[in-house]
Design a protein around this ligand. Structure first.
Ligand code: ZN
Length: 415
């Protein structure tokens, strides 16, 4: 008997795989290795002989091409096993609310944890479906164990249905996506696929291939400190200059709290303040990479203006590149998106294409030579006590993966 995608999901979420950004190990927490090792065992039990985990926990495996189809381009499916460091992820108790009828779902551990239909419009599409939540004190871990379960179930389905022709299908499970390190040690050459799809998206039909381009800039103001009792005419307070600079940032636009859609922003999010030296960490975000240059120029101009009002102070800047809009790569490989669109339509859903106001492992992987858009897998309210998914959405994600393998095979036949 095959293992249902829901049963797989319910098993994976019970393992604590919360990532830890303070850790320097790879993976950042040992619980991730427990799940990664379990996945290798399960892949082997399915008959996938090359399933293996490397010394950093990255799991790779192949569903071999069906007879005569080895020349079809190899494509990959990826999911991350870690969960958000921001929420408790130990002792997750998943609850299956069968036959959802539109009621509010009260989670047993905490009477204030209520999944309300009014706050969750996506629930309206789930009448009659089985909803899965946690018990109210932890996240659920649908982000991204829904993706892990969908890929595993799709692999099992393909292996049990040799009549479905497909090329080589590569599978990858990765650690530490939630702390931005998931792509750090991913061996694109060893993976050996022409493209990959992360299964790490929201409701049915979501297809994401645009992310922010992102940099961080540290602005450091240098003042002059001396004993405040004898400071007249001598002290230059870097904290006050930094405050003056922050006050001068645009208030009605270019900020995360005032933008959505395709608008970028500048976002001061951390300060290290002292009289002698104060530094401000600022995130720069734009869907167009050249827009980052303009935002950086704005920050530098405003900082210089603040210093010009206190000429004894000085300022310096340090820029770090974070990630780039994956669309810059994916525009060169339109088939990768187009085939995903067609696969989603073939399971009866209209694709929903929206920009991601953030980055994914795919943003990094695309620039490492592996074009990697993101597909839906039924994640809702991720990083929250009210996280949920549903049986039907998990099953649709499996169907989309299988269909996508077929589309690639059919296109190789006709070309
Ligand atoms: Zn995720």
């Amino acid at each position: 008997m095959p293992t249902s995608v829901l049963d797989r999901f319910l098993r994976y979420v019970r393992l604590d795989t919360r990532a830890d950004e303070r850790s320097q190990t790879v993976p950042s927490t040992p619980g991730q290795l427990t799940l990664l090792a379990l996945l290798v065992d399960q892949l082997k039990a399915l008959g996938i002989t090359d399933a293996a985990m490397d010394e950093r926990g990255y799991v790779m495996a192949t569903v071999p091409a069906t007879p005569g189809r080895a020349a079809v381009p190899a494509i990959g499916f990826l999911a991350h096993v870690d969960t958000s460091p921001e929420m408790a992820g130990a002792n997750v108790v998943p609850i299956v609310h069968e036959g959802y009828d539109g009621r509010d779902l009260v989670l047993p551990d905490d009477p204030t944890a209520v999944l309300r239909a009014a706050d969750n419009p996506a629930l309206a599409a789930c009448l009659g479906d089985d909803i899965v939540t946690a018990s109210g004190s932890t996240l659920l871990g649908a982000d991204d164990k829904a993706g892990v379960a969908a890929i595993m179930a799709a692999a099992e389905y393909l292996l049990r249905h040799p009549e479905i022709a497909h090329g080589p299908i590569r599978i990858g499970f990765t650690p530490d996506e939630e702390i931005g390190r998931g792509a750090d040690h991913f061996d694109v050459a060893a993976f050996g696929a022409v493209c990959a799809y992360t299964l790490d998206g929201g409701g049915p039909g979501e297809l994401e291939y645009e992310s922010f381009s992102a940099d961080a800039i540290t602005v450091t103001f240098i003042g002059f400190n001396t004993h405040p009792g004898y400071a007249k005419g001598r002290m230059v307070n870097a904290i006050k200059i930094a405050a003056d600079f922050i006050t001068s940032l645009p208030k009605d636009a270019l900020s995360p709290e005032r933008t959505d859609g395709y608008d970028g922003y500048v976002h001061p999010y951390q300060m290290d303040a002292g009289v002698d030296r104060t530094s401000v960490r600022i995130l720069l975000r734009d869907f167009v990479t050249s827009g980052l240059t303009e935002k950086r120029a704005l920050i530098e101009r405003l900082a210089h203006e603040a210093v010009a009002r206190e000429p004894r102070a000085s300022v310096s800047f340090a820029l770090e590149e974070s990630y780039r809009n994956m669309r810059e790569v994916l525009d060169q490989t339109p088939d990768v998106i187009d085939r995903a669109r067609r696969a989603i339509r073939r399971i009866g859903i209209e694709p929903i294409e929206k920009p991601i106001r953030g980055g994914t492992d795919g943003s990094r992987l695309s620039f490492m030579g592996l074009p990697t858009p993101n597909l839906f897998t039924g994640e809702h309210n991720f990083h929250s006590r009210l996280e949920w998914t549903s049986r039907r959405e998990l099953e649709l994600a499996v169907a989309a993966i299988v269909e996508l393998c077929c589309v690639w095979e059919e296109d190789a036949r006709s070309s």
